[in-house]
Design a protein around this ligand. Structure first.
Ligand code: NAD
Length: 263
């Protein structure tokens, strides 16, 4: 297999860059010599960008506080990235939210919409806004972070599962539309040990009236590799799918889940 190398001077935009998987993805791009635009709705992303600037002085990192559900903010971001970097080669869509654990009959419509807005409308708005810039320098890649919970439905998490299932199909539609200039793929993480995963375990334990440890043992015990993944495992997949090493892959979704789906 080709090694993971990028042509010099490339730029990646990573959304959710203040979060667990987002920060790990910025790091992997930086290690591969790629400049990074870091986006998050959380203003802590500025500190994250500063830390990377200190660690990788030869590369450029800029942070943008943007809500991916706001069409105006996303359009402004596309304009800012064009001004600041002059190009974009890779869009890694990592930002996402978990829903409040709830059966459908008790689920507020507002909560349903919030989850669909971030996890599905966000990737749509980002792709729409950045396609022209990705095309401008001869093409690039878009990689969406879905979830193993989008591979099938799951009690208490209908909005989240639906949003991630739809993201697989949006990924394929984009791949079909944008070939051969832009390759579009998805990564479907399993249980990845970030703040989001810890929140999911807490919420499920609360909703089912059992202890955190009990839910954690049940979830992790069902993983053939017997442990939640590190955020870097998803970052590795994102960077691979962005790199020339995956040049014949588009419209695909890559499961990175410790084998949990075949169990
Ligand atoms: N952790 C897991 O077990 C797991 C499993 C499957 C899929 N995923 C997916 O991986 C992605 C990253 O998850 P994580 O575990 O790093 O979570 P995280 O909560 O650590 O990070 C998510 C980031 O997205 C940002 N964000 C949320 N709403 C936003 C918005 N409207 N605009 C811009 N940024 C916004 C948050 O501020 C946060 O920094 C998500 O899409 C999630 O659904 C995670």
């Amino acid at each position: 297999m080709a090694t993971i190398e990028f042509p010099p001077g490339q730029v990646a935009l990573v959304t959710g860059a203040a979060g667990g998987i987002g920060t790990a993805t910025v790091r992997r791009f930086a290690e591969a010599g790629v400049n990074v635009a870091l986006l998050d709705v959380h203003d802590g992303v500025a500190t994250t960008a500063e830390q990377f600037t200190g660690e990788f002085p030869g590369l450029t990192f800029r942070s943008y506080v943007t809500d991916v559900t706001d069409e105006g903010q996303v359009a402004q971001l596309a304009s800012d990235v064009r001004t600041d970097f002059g190009r974009l080669d890779h869009l890694s869509v990592v930002a996402g939210v978990l829903q409040d654990a709830s059966p459908v009959e008790d689920l507020d419509f507002a909560e349903w919409n919030r989850v669909l807005d971030v996890n599905l409308n966000g990737p749509f708005l980002l792709a729409k806004a950045f396609i022209p810039l990705l095309r401008a320098d001869g093409g690039g890649t878009i990689t969406n972070v879905a979830s193993f919970w989008g591979r099938s439905g799951r009690a208490l998490f209908s909005a989240y599962c639906t949003s991630k299932a739809a993201l697989f199909v949006l990924t394929q539609s984009l791949a079909a539309e944008l070939a051969p200039d832009i390759r579009v793929n998805a990564v479907a993480p399993g249980n990845i040990n970030t703040a989001m995963h810890q929140r999911a375990l807490h919420r499920e334990a609360e909703e089912r009236g059992v202890s955190f440890e009990e839910i954690k043992d049940k979830e992790w015990g069902a993983i053939p590799l017997k442990v939640a993944g590190e955020p870097s495992t998803i970052a590795d997949a994102l960077v691979f799918l962005s790199s020339p090493a995956s040049s014949y892959i588009t419209g695909a979704s890559l499961d990175v889940n410790g084998g949990v789906l075949f169990h």
